[in-house]
Design a protein around this ligand. Structure first.
Ligand SMILES: [Fe+2]
Length: 398
C-alpha cells in the first residue's frame, strides 16, 4: 500500500507543472498555521517566517466552507485597482514608478523560450523538494520556519541560492531587464547577490505576514551619495554644509540596497496567491502591521492581472507578503537579486560554480564576480534541496 502511494506521488511529481491545474497541494492532513523547526518538529516556540494567520480557514480543503468564504471575498476584492503595468521599452517610466512605489510590474520580460525553460526548472526543483515524504500522514515536509505549502527556492537550497542551476543563472542579464535595472541604480556597477524566489502550492490558505526583506541601516556613505548624484538627485545642504534632512531622506529613498526581480511563471489571478505589495513603504521606519491588525485594503493590495512572463521589480525594503492560493495551480515566482553599486563585497557568498559563470554574458560575468567560486571548487551545498534547515546544514558541511 505504502509502495503504491509512493509510486503515485512519484508519477505526480514527474508530471508536475508550475502553471495550469495540478494534483499537488491541498493536503488536508497539514493543519492550518503549522510550522516546523530545523529538525522538523512541529510548532516550535520560535516560528521564524511561519507567523500565524489568525484569520485563516480552519481546514485545508478545496471545498471547505471557510475556504469558500475567503474565495468569495478574494473574487470580489483582490487586486490593486488601476495597477500600472509597463512595457519593457518603457525604461524611464518603469524606474519612476519603482522609485515612487517601491515596486513596478513590467510585462513580457521573458520570451516564450525563456519562460518555458524557467517553468521546466521550477517544476524540476519543486519536484525535488516535494519528493521528501511528510511526517505522519502529511503529504509534504513543510519548510523550516515557514507556513505550510510555501517554499523558497533560495532557502530550500543548501547553498542558500540557485545559481548552481544554469536556468536561474541564464536569467541574470536579459535584454528586457538589464536596461531597467541600470536605470533604477543610475549606473551599471551593481552586482548580483543571489537568485532563488518563492512559490506556494495550491492550498496555501494562510496569508504570509507583511514584511521587508532585509534591513537598511541607512548610513550616508560616500558611495551612496555618489550613486544619488549619478541618479541626478537635487542635493541640498544646510548652513553647516551638511545635507539637510529632506535630502538625506531622498537619498535613502532612491538608493535601495537590493533590487529583486520576481518573474511570473503563471498569470497572477485573484485566486492563486498573487504577491501583495504596499505602495510607498520602501523607506518606512515603522514595522508593518501584524496579521491581526492588517486592514482589508492591504490584504487585497496584490498584483492581480500581471501575466506569465512578466516580472515585478521590488525594492526589497517595501512591505510585501504572499497571499492565499485557493486555486489548483502552483504559483511560482523565481527571482534574481541585485545589490546596489554603493554596497561593498561584505556578505557576498561564492555560490556560483565557475563552470556556470563561464557560460554567462560578459555583463553578467561582471555582475557575478563577487559570487563566483574558483575553478574546481564546488560551492558548499549547491544542488542539494531540502525543506529542513538541519538537513541543509548537513549537506553544506559535507
Ligand atoms: Fe519577502
Amino acid at each position: 500500500m505504502a509502495e503504491t502511494n509512493k509510486r503515485k506521488l512519484q508519477a505526480k511529481l514527474e508530471s508536475l507543472q508550475v502553471y495550469g491545474d495540478t494534483l499537488v497541494g491541498w493536503d488536508e492532513n497539514t493543519p492550518p498555521n503549522e510550522t516546523v523547526d530545523a529538525d522538523g518538529n512541529v510548532n516550535p516556540s520560535h516560528r521564524g517566517f511561519g507567523v500565524s494567520d489568525p484569520n485563516s480557514p480552519n481546514h485545508r480543503v478545496y471545498n471547505d466552507p471557510g475556504v469558500e468564504a475567503l474565495r468569495s471575498q478574494l473574487r470580489q476584492h483582490n487586486g490593486i485597482r488601476g495597477l500600472e503595468i509597463c512595457e519593457p521599452h518603457e525604461i524611464k517610466r518603469a524606474a519612476r514608478i519603482f522609485h515612487r512605489d517601491g515596486f513596478v510590474v513590467v510585462r513580457d520580460l521573458l520570451n516564450a523560450e525563456q519562460l518555458a525553460r524557467w517553468r521546466e526548472g521550477c517544476a524540476r526543483v519543486l519536484g525535488d523538494i516535494l519528493s521528501i515524504s511528510g511526517q505522519g500522514n502529511r503529504k509534504y515536509v513543510t519548510e523550516t520556519g515557514r507556513l505550510p505549502h510555501r517554499y523558497s527556492y533560495g532557502t530550500s537550497s543548501a547553498s542558500r541560492q540557485m545559481l548552481h542551476d544554469s536556468v536561474w543563472a541564464s536569467m541574470i542579464d536579459l535584454p528586457t531587464t538589464t536596461p531597467i535595472v541600470k536605470e533604477i541604480f543610475g549606473s551599471s556597477n551593481y552586482r548580483v547577490w543571489g537568485s532563488g524566489g518563492d512559490l506556494c502550492l495550491p492550498g496555501a490558505i494562510e496569508y504570509q505576514h507583511l514584511h521587508s526583506d532585509g534591513r537598511d541601516a541607512q548610513h550616508l556613505s560616500e558611495n551612496r551619495i555618489e550613486q544619488a548624484r549619478l541618479l541626478g538627485l537635487e542635493l541640498n545642504t544646510d548652513s553647516l554644509g551638511k545635507f539637510d534632512v529632506p535630502t538625506q531622506k531622498l537619498i535613502m529613498e532612491m538608493t535601495p540596497p537590493t533590487v529583486t526581480i520576481n518573474f511570473l511563471m503563471c498569470d497572477l489571478t485573484w485566486e492563486n496567491g498573487p504577491i501583495r505589495q504596499i505602495p510607498g513603504t520602501h523607506t518606512a521606519q515603522q514595522s508593518p502591521p501584524k496579521p491581526a491588525d492588517e486592514p482589508e485594503w492591504m490584504k487585497h493590495s496584490t498584483l492581480v492581472g500581471a501575466l506569465a512572463g512578466a516580472g515585478v521589480f521590488r525594492d526589497n525594503r517595501a512591505w510585501h507578503g504572499a497571499t492565499p492560493n485557493l486555486s489548483r495551480e502552483v504559483r511560482a515566482l523565481p527571482n534574481v537579486e541585485y545589490a546596489a553599486p554603493w554596497r561593498s563585497s561584505h556578505g557576498f557568498k561564492k555560490v556560483m560554480p565557475h563552470g556556470i559563470w563561464e557560460t554567462l554574458t560578459p555583463h553578467a560575468q561582471k555582475l557575478c564576480d563577487w559570487i563566483k567560486a574558483d575553478p574546481d571548487v564546488w560551492p558548499a551545498g549547491a544542488s542539494i534541496m531540502h525543506p529542513l534547515a538541519s538537513k541543509r546544514a548537513e549537506a553544506a558541511r559535507a
